[in-house]
Write a protein that binds this ligand. Structure first.
Ligand code: AMP
Length: 373
């Protein structure tokens, strides 16, 4: 198959956060250039890209100029406006596709897509107004979670609906925008499958990630997840069904709830329930930078370029070893010097000036037990 890009080509990246930064670094490793398009002049990805555009995502002239300088466009966030995606795809390849974006940026469209693929999710109902919320609560019960259909991340755009909460007030709290009501899933743990699919159908999945959230923000990931083998295989199978149905190109992350006992003894009552699909590289895959043969960032570049996928194998995969990734959130980053002094710890800093609470400033990866100690 002819390659879609050759070394020396330029990839456009929409979004200039840490994901864009690590994508640009991975592209550079493979002899590719990057042009980062972002709204914020302080975007961390600008430090490491060949070209930059600072403009709103709705600026049609800036988008057209940007498209003229790149062979292919990808993105680091799924809330790319659909008009932006269609302007860009008229001018060059956009991977993953605008159709994929449309599914993954709307919680209702995503849930309906998963249902059509016979993949289990939390029970949900569409909520367009306070009246619909009352009907949804009558069916789904409480506690349940009201989530805006669009623009939610790190727990933003969602609210837990407890017994006694006023429905009209709750609906207004979320801005009165179209939403869904979801049942609370009594999960034993949260996992994600980070995987890649190439335009030629090649597929490669990393070891399953086991994720711990604090205040709705990912705090740490452990790979491989502690799961019975057949459940891990089922998680990968579901991911394969999803990428094939989307005719996907690039790295994807599928977040899932593990429901039931996940004690490693092969309990047959364990079930998987898909929470969310991220059509991009994902925080739970950051461990692959130091813990896998091919990082998720390099894998994404390979996949969108139509190049052979790299091996997803975990490094340090001896019996009893695992990889841990810890996010440095807000002032956690002040420990950078201590982490540098820790044998075997791999530190990544995103170059953000201000350590605001809840802001992802960097991460650290460790192979446990450390091969160095
Ligand atoms: P989300 O933005 O949908 O990924 O939700 C952020 C986090 O909220 C998840 O990682 C879970 O910890 C929690 N959460 C979201 N939806 C549910 C649900 N239906 N049941 C239980 N916990 C949930």
């Amino acid at each position: 198959m002819p390659f879609d890009l050759v070394p020396g080509a330029t990839i456009g990246i929409l979004g200039g956060g840490q994901l864009g930064r690590m994508l640009a670094l991975a592209a550079a490793k493979l002899g590719l250039k990057t042009h980062v398009y972002a709204e914020d002049p302080e975007s961390p990805a600008f430090d490491v890209a060949s070209m930059r555009t600072i403009a709103p995502y709705e600026d049609e002239m800036a988008l057209t100029e940007f498209a003229g300088t790149v062979e292919l466009v990808t993105y680091e966030f799924e809330n790319v406006p659909s008009r932006t995606a269609s302007i860009l795809s008229a001018a060059c390849l956009v991977r993953p596709s605008p159709e994929t974006l449309a599914v993954c940026q709307d919680r209702l469209a995503e849930k309906e897509f998963l249902a059509a693929a016979s993949i289990k999710t939390a029970p949900y109902m569409k909520v367009d107004d306070a009246g619909a919320l009352a009907r949804a609560v009558a069916q789904i019960g409480r506690p349940s979670i009201l989530k805006t259909r669009r623009f939610g991340y790190d727990g933003k755009g969602q609210v837990l609906l407890r017994e006694g909460a006023d429905l009209a007030v709750t609906f207004r709290t979320l801005g009165g925008t179209p939403a869904i009501l979801e049942a609370v899933v009594p999960f034993a743990k949260e996992i994600s499958v980070v995987a890649a699919r190439g335009p030629d159908n090649a597929f490669a999945a990393y070891d399953i990630c086991e994720n711990i959230h604090e205040n709705h923000i990912l705090k740490s990931t452990r790979a491989p997840a502690r799961l019975p083998k057949e459940i891990a295989a089922e998680a990968v199978r579901l991911t394969r069904v999803i990428v094939d149905a989307l005719d996907y190109s690039g790295v994807i992350a599928v977040e899932m709830f593990v429901v039931g006992e996940a004690d490693g003894r092969g309990d047959a009552r364990i079930e998987l329930c898909v929470n969310e699909i991220a059509p991009r590289v994902h925080n739970s895959g950051h461990w692959t930078l130091d813990g896998a043969v091919t990082s998720q960032f390099e894998q994404h570049i390979r996949a969108i370029a139509g190049w052979p996928l790299g091996a997803p194998n975990r490094l340090g995969a001896q019996e009893g070893e695992h990889v841990e990734m810890e996010n440095l959130i807000g002032e956690d980053v002040l420990a950078w010097a201590k982490i540098l002094g820790e044998p075997g710890a791999c530190l990544h800093l995103y170059g953000k000036a201000e350590a605001r609470p809840g802001r992802k400033m960097g991460h650290v990866t460790r192979i446990v037990p450390s091969p160095i100690l």
